[in-house]
Write a protein that binds this ligand. Structure first.
Ligand SMILES: Nc1ncnc2c1ncn2[C@@H]1O[C@H](COP(=O)(O)OP(=O)(O)OP(=O)(O)O)[C@@H](O)[C@H]1O
Length: 298
């Protein structure tokens, strides 16, 4: 469906993408993962012909993406990270308008506007977009991106700005539309990706550090871990130098271990000696987020 082939992109002297290559198969939900500033939006904009790569090629359904007005966009729907709308329109009016811009017949755009409103769970009423919540706008953005029934849907951080309810709704919508279109979405929320992605790629330091099927990545990298949460950042600062094989996120430490009992004992002893207040300690299996943290902190 999509071939990303040796893409390079610099802004000034800052290399953002350094020889990026990947193939994305049809019918997948593909997660483009990376921290803030990793280059996810840059890569998506290159795929949409909105930014020019310094080197390399992106092909969508065999056709190269051209910078500017690329014909490949007839196959692509796009939801930007912060979608903007005409606030005085209703959702239905806006979808009819998008259908018209896309060149759909009146009968078809009426039918599709109603269908996609229902699919994203927005009511067919007179409420204006200006009064919509962030989550409702994001859902309308998906409906807008689907109106021309694209083969590929590209969503930039569709869940990041939403509350837990909005995130769950968005994830359910992406799962539903997987049967109609290949979905590529970027996120730094790894638990969202783990829930719905078939394949993922971790973008870090300009390259894909790890990519493949989520099930294969977890099979290869998943291991028993101890998750230790200390009470305060001051505790975390004291514990950090004592746990050389741990990854840290705020006051949470994730420690891989082949001997959980011995590791627990060692941590308790160290915490008592150093007067570090433990909030919780749990035994778990590592998640996609743990794998990611291990990759970027190694
Ligand atoms: N037009 C630009 N000019 C200069 N630097 C840019 C430009 N666009 C992006 N960058 C830089 O490129 C890097 C990657 O940005 P990008 O927006 O692609 O990251 P991202 O992974 O999408 O992050 P986020 O999740 O924060 O949106 C950042 O350091 C950013 O400051």
């Amino acid at each position: 469906m999509i071939h990303i082939d040796h893409i390079h992109k610099k802004f000034g002297t800052h290399t953002v993408l350094n020889d990026i290559s990947i193939k994305i198969e049809e019918g997948q939900i593909f997660g483009l993962l990376g921290q803030n500033g990793a280059g996810k939006t840059t890569l998506m904009k290159i795929m949409l012909g909105l930014l020019k790569a310094d080197q390399g090629d992106v092909r969508i359904l065999g056709e190269s993406v051209r910078f500017g007005n690329t014909p490949t966009n007839q196959h692509v729907g796009y939801l930007p990270d912060v979608p903007s709308f005409y606030p005085y329109m209703t959702a239905y009016e806006y979808l009819l308008f998008c259908g018209e811009v896309t060149g759909l017949d009146k009968k078809v755009r009426v039918e599709r506007a109603k269908r996609y409103l229902a699919l994203v769970g927005l009511p067919f009423n007179r409420k204006r977009i200006g009064g919509f919540s962030r989550g409702m706008k994001q859902r309308l953005g998906i409906a807008q991106a689907l109106i021309h029934q694209p083969k590929v849907l590209i969503c930039d951080e569709p869940t990041s700005a939403l509350d837990p309810v909005g995130r769950r709704e968005m994830i359910e919508i992406l799962q539903k539309i997987k049967h109609e279109t290949t979905v590529i979405f970027s996120t730094h929320i790894l638990s969202d990706a783990e829930k719905i992605c078939d394949c993922v790629a971790f973008l870090h330091n300009g390259t894909f550090q790890l990519s493949g099927k989520v099930s294969d990545i977890l099979k290869q990298h998943q291991k028993p871990i101890l998750r230790v949460v200390v009470q305060q950042m001051a505790d975390a600062e004291k514990l950090k130098p004592l746990l050389t094989n741990a990854t840290q996120s705020g006051t949470t430490f994730t420690i891989p271990s082949t001997n959980l009992l011995a590791t627990q004992q060692q941590i308790f002893e160290q915490c008592i000696q150093q007067q570090i207040a433990i909030q919780s300690i749990e035994i778990e299996q590592s998640t996609l987020e743990d794998v990611f943290l291990e990759v970027i902190q190694s």
